[in-house]
Design a protein around this ligand. Sequence first.
Ligand code: EPU
Length: 337
Amino acid sequence: MQENVSLQPYNTFGVEAEARYFTEIHTPEELKAAINFSSSRALKTLLLGGGSNILLTGDFDGLAIRLNLKGISEQPDGANHILVTAQAGENWHEFVMYCLEKSYGGLENLALIPGNVGTCPIQNIGAYGTEIRDVFVRCNVLNLNTMETEDFDLEKCRFGYRDSIFKQEGKGQYIILSVTFRLTTQNHSIKTEYGAIRGELSNAGITEPTIHDVARAVIHIRKSKLPDPKETGNAGSFFKNPTIPLPQFEELQIRFPHIQGYPNGDAVKVPAGWLIEQCGWKGKQIGNVASHPLQALVIINATGQATGKEIFDFSTLIIDSVREKFGIELEREVNII
Ligand code: EPU
């Protein structure tokens, strides 16, 4: 147990904030001991995975626990599938690369997403036409009410767009210890419907892509558009893409003929990046904070000196201008601490 520890290395925004207490755990037993330390002193607890989806807006007056559970295990599942279980502290992209090296299919569209395995179910991470729920079997969690472990299957997780039970009624009640995925060992289902992937593959002259080709395309697209947190602090998309009722979209189409939208039941999902760009934010910098010049949805710690509060205030200005221009309320995707 350490005291007054800087959390700067543990959040991909790279903002400075201190935790009153800090510990790194490597086993479920160490995790339980840390939780007991926290509850016996009535401390707040902050769980740190890859730190890629949090914004620390000030010092944390409680116990920050860095989950460092490691390990990957496999179990064949019929002729065409394999069940792969990764512990929560495995780095997501390294895990995706591990699966690709073994030619297991299903995660290739999700290459290069920052963060750890244990946090991927919380917001049902997704990119380029795939979401984690497509290959998810179960996760093993520590129930903080009972201090027992239990499994959550696909149904129990109630996945939605960047959403799950862990962000809703289960918020703060469970700690994900490991996640099991069902991947293909042959006859992979290749997902190339996302326009940018199709373009990337056709530029490379690939007509029958393998899972490795798809991963390479995804990595290339992400590297060309999204800032590397090791170089420029960021947390990926700062906002969710908003879903609005069809009549509202049709009315906006009259005023903004170039507005983009993807039908989603009776509603339409609108790219927040486009809305933010139209409000003039793309590449704009105020103080130490900016909207990324190549993807307006990503807020960056442009100078490396930004405080969490500055980033939060910048995001509020974006929300205000999108509301004013389009009447749409943007919702933050990043967890504000
Ligand atoms: N767009 C703009 N201006 C911008 C950015 C985007 O006009 O500055 C337009 C693009 O032209 C495109 C549309 O918005 O037509 C969608 O853009 P993009 O393909 O970049 O995807 P996105 O909707 O902005 C989502 C995810 C990303 C994921 C990509 C690819 C959310 C909140 N974000 O972004 O996820 O990588 O799709 O699948 O759903 C993340 O969650 O951190 C993340 C990076």
